[in-house]
Design a protein around this ligand. Structure first.
Ligand SMILES: [Zn+2]
Ligand SMILES: [Zn+2]
Length: 250
């Protein structure tokens, strides 16, 4: 848990907190809010940059897919993985986004026979072993440094959908507070923020409310999953959702 990359995450956050405390001490809370984006030109920025360089030397950034140390010219993902990422390509189901065997079909067998609670869903990647392990490390092993990579992938996909979906906000499906306290973070919120940074849509973190803790749905079938989640979410009474992108926890 504390070896390798999680230590990098821990140190990076310690550095961020240290930098923030330094700013608050030097400039007051108002200064933090007003100058956060221009901090790189201040003394604070130099300290932070030096810390980042040191951090990169001690715990160099790694590829989120194969875990190899990234070369200086590689960003977010190594070149080899970038060239072989298992993107979902056409033809895919116009409803759920699953790949289709036959291009002449519009819907997969599931969507032809059963309805969904959403109109259109899209997936960036096929759920292949390397990506599955990467997502698991991000979710369960504190590899929060993968978030910018997945945020960029979501953003690239969403850029093609924006003219049609015209979403007004991003809504991360909420994690139960107890679970969030145990894990220390909510990856759906972090992903939504990363996507927001790329595409500019605001993140609405409080529109959906999770009313109870549920069992993990990993080993449940479709009907058991629905039953497990029935009545779990409610919309904040003051919210009005017109169109949105929902980031699920799977
Ligand atoms: Zn790689
Ligand atoms: Zn489908």
């Amino acid at each position: 848990m504390f070896a390798g990359l999680p230590v990098r995450t821990l140190l990076k956050e310690t550095l961020d907190v240290f930098s923030l405390c330094t700013m608050i001490r030097n400039e007051g809370t108002q200064g933090v809010l007003m100058n956060h984006t221009s901090s790189s030109s201040s003394g604070f920025g130099v300290v932070r940059l030096a810390g980042r360089v040191l951090l990169d030397m001690l715990y160099p950034p790694r590829c989120p897919v194969c875990e190899r140390i990234l070369l200086p010219e590689e960003t977010l993902v190594c070149r080899q993985c970038a060239d072989s990422l298992p993107y979902v390509e056409e033809p895919f189901c116009m409803c759920c986004g699953k790949p289709l065997l036959h291009a002449e079909k519009e819907l997969c067998a599931d969507c032809e026979t059963r309805g969904h609670l959403f109109h259109e869903g899209r997936a960036v990647f096929l759920y292949e072993k390397k990506l599955r392990l990467s997502v698991n490390r991000m979710k369960f092993l504190n590899r929060r440094e993968y978030i910018p990579f997945f945020g960029k992938c979501l953003s690239d996909l969403y850029a093609g959908m924006q003219p049609f979906w015209r979403a007004q906000c991003l809504i991360p499906v909420p994690m139960h507070p107890k679970k969030r306290a145990m894990r220390g973070y909510d990856q759906a919120v972090l992903l939504a923020r990363a996507l927001s940074a790329e595409c500019g849509l605001p993140v609405e973190e409080n529109l959906l409310v999770r009313t109870r803790l549920t069992q993990s749905s990993k080993k449940l079938g479709r009907s058991e999953r629905r039953k497990n989640l029935r009545g779990v979410f409610r919309i904040h009474p003051e919210a009005v959702i017109v169109q949105s992108v929902i980031l699920p926890h799977r």
